[in-house]
Design a binder for this molecule. Structure first.
Ligand code: AKG
Ligand code: FE2
Length: 278
């Protein structure tokens, strides 16, 4: 077996991985190569994958997160989350803003795996920006400025409002949730690269700044991400499996247009198992 990894271009995050078969996710060298590709490119796109491969992978590269609230679970699984714009199917909408998954937690999720069950005939794309390239591209003065910023994440308040808006009440989730702070520029736990990690919903303020002073700074950071040319836009096809590194890329989903259907299944891996670390 050999994985065929093709990057789009030096300036964009992501690479296409062809040739992944069930045997590869069961072999040490296959999983090692795949994890190495994710860490190198930030994102990999694997076309035509059965859901079973994603399930196996999520439990092989680490231990997949248990999905809460239970209403969002893919039937029969504790660790797969069903996401759709069809009302009543899994979790509706979400991710329509720049973020890295779990960047509001004490530690971001290492990896996200997202598989497409049904693709919209148009729109509903997901954009990825290379947050390390964005940081590297800053001039010295701005780099020094952002390195001095610490974002505040008032998570209990944000989560409570979020659950309320969805008509859900998960006390278990709230009990587990703590407010945190994180530097705007974070260091990758495995590669050591710095990256600008913004979160347009959960990062509400900047430590030591009034809201009036922080709001324009937060908007400016989000604008720099939005305008970045280090961007890849994924147009979904059913069977696509995407795997990305939340310490390296930011993502943002475009809402699918009315009359189209986008249904995905997601698994998140909080930490890579030691055996796969570079
Ligand atoms: O629906 C998408 O394409 C991505 C949504 C999102 O942010 C996520 O699944 O983490
Ligand atoms: Fe996300």
């Amino acid at each position: 077996m050999s994985l065929l990894v093709t990057e789009w271009s030096k300036a964009q995050p992501g690479a296409r991985v062809a040739g992944l078969a069930t045997a590869d996710v069961q072999s040490v060298s296959g999983v090692k190569d795949l994890v190495a590709a994710v860490l190198e490119h930030g994102l990999v796109v694997l076309p035509s994958q059965p859901l079973a491969i994603m399930q196996v992978l999520a439990e092989t590269v680490g231990t997949a997160e248990v999905v809460l609230p239970v209403e969002h679970r893919y039937p029969g699984s504790e660790s797969l989350r069903l996401q759709s714009n069809v009302p009543g199917v899994g979790v509706n909408g979400g991710g329509h803003y720049w973020h890295a998954d779990g960047s509001w937690l004490p530690r971001s999720m290492d990896l996200t795996l997202l598989a497409c069950i049904e693709a919209p005939s148009e729109g509903g794309t997901t954009s990825f920006v290379d947050a390390a390239a964005v940081y590297d591209d800053f001039d010295d003065e701005f780099r020094e400025f952002v390195n001095g910023l610490t974002g505040s994440f008032p998570n209990r308040e944000v989560l409570r409002a979020d659950l309320q808006a969805m008509g859900l009440n998960s006390q278990e989730m709230l009990d587990r949730t703590v407010d945190v702070t994180h530097p705007a520029v974070r260091v990758h736990p495995y590669t050591g690269r710095r990256a600008l990690i913004v979160n347009e919903v959960w990062m509400r303020g900047i430590v030591g700044m009034s809201d009036d002073a922080a709001d324009p700074v937060l908007s400016d950071l989000a604008r720099r991400v939005e305008r970045s040319s280090f961007r890849y836009v994924h147009r979904w096809t059913a069977g696509d499996l995407l795997i990305w590194d939340n310490h390296r890329v930011l993502h943002k989903a475009a809402p699918p247009p009315a009359g189209t259907v986008k249904t995905t299944v997601r698994a998140r891996v909080p930490q890579l198992a030691d055996r796969w670390l570079p």
